[in-house]
Design a protein around this ligand. Structure first.
Ligand code: FNR
Length: 185
């Protein structure tokens, strides 16, 4: 059976390491999993006033989440938490009240920084949010990529073999989790 995983980067920066990491996850995905990168830069700031007449970008996000068998959240670390861009998308997906689109979706959290802690603080906060949203988290392996600037070439391709191996290990576990949930939508 084929599965559809949607992947989010919490950085809008053109040369973002986080977005490069998402692309590496897409390239190294198992054959039966298609990964779609979801651009969240066009979403308005979360505002309940907009719920009376939702913008197309939010409606598109709802449809995308509903069709997904699994989710990857890749985040940079901003002041020991995950990025507001990503939180904004997650908050939209949790609305309107009582219609949380993330519920029961298998999810893997990953992150990177150019420094040493691999976005641990960011992922830790993000983990708290996905538990509240009743997602199905991949518990292990965790994925913290430090020194991100040394892991990609000038074109943005992942060049570090140890990181590629970690991505493959995560995919093995995440594919099993998704299969266990049977791609429930
Ligand atoms: C950062 N950065 C950062 N890095 C880190 O390891 N821990 C942190 O708490 C923070 N805090 C932080 C706050 C803000 C507002 C910015 C803009 C940046 C640095 C960050 O890791 C670095 O800019 C990354 O390159 C951002 O990820 P992308 O854009 O490369 O994906």
């Amino acid at each position: 059976m084929n599965y559809n995983v949607i992947a989010f980067s919490g950085s809008l920066r053109k040369e973002s390491f986080t977005t490069r990491l998402v692309k590496a996850f897409a390239q190294l995905a198992p054959q039966h999993i298609t990964v779609s990168y979801i651009d969240i830069g066009q979403l308005p700031f979360i505002n309940e006033d907009l719920e009376a007449n939702l913008p197309q970008s939010v409606l598109d996000l709802y449809e995308t989440i509903e069709k997904a068998d699994g989710v990857i959240f890749a985040t940079p670390e901003y002041n020991r938490s995950y990025s507001p861009v990503l939180k904004n998308a997650i908050d939209w997906g949790s609305r309107p009240e009582g219609k949380n689109k993330w519920k029961k979706k298998p999810v893997a959290i990953v992150g990177c920084t150019p420094y040493s802690l691999g976005a641990f603080g960011a992922q830790n906060h993000l983990r708290q949010s996905i538990m509240y949203l009743d997602m199905v988290p991949l518990q292990q392996p965790e994925f913290y990529l430090g020194q991100a600037a040394e892991k990609f070439d000038a074109a943005g391709n992942l060049t570090d073999d140890a990181t590629k191996k970690k991505i493959q290990e995560l995919w093995e576990a995440f594919a099993s989790l998704i299969e266990m949930h049977g791609g429930k939508k």
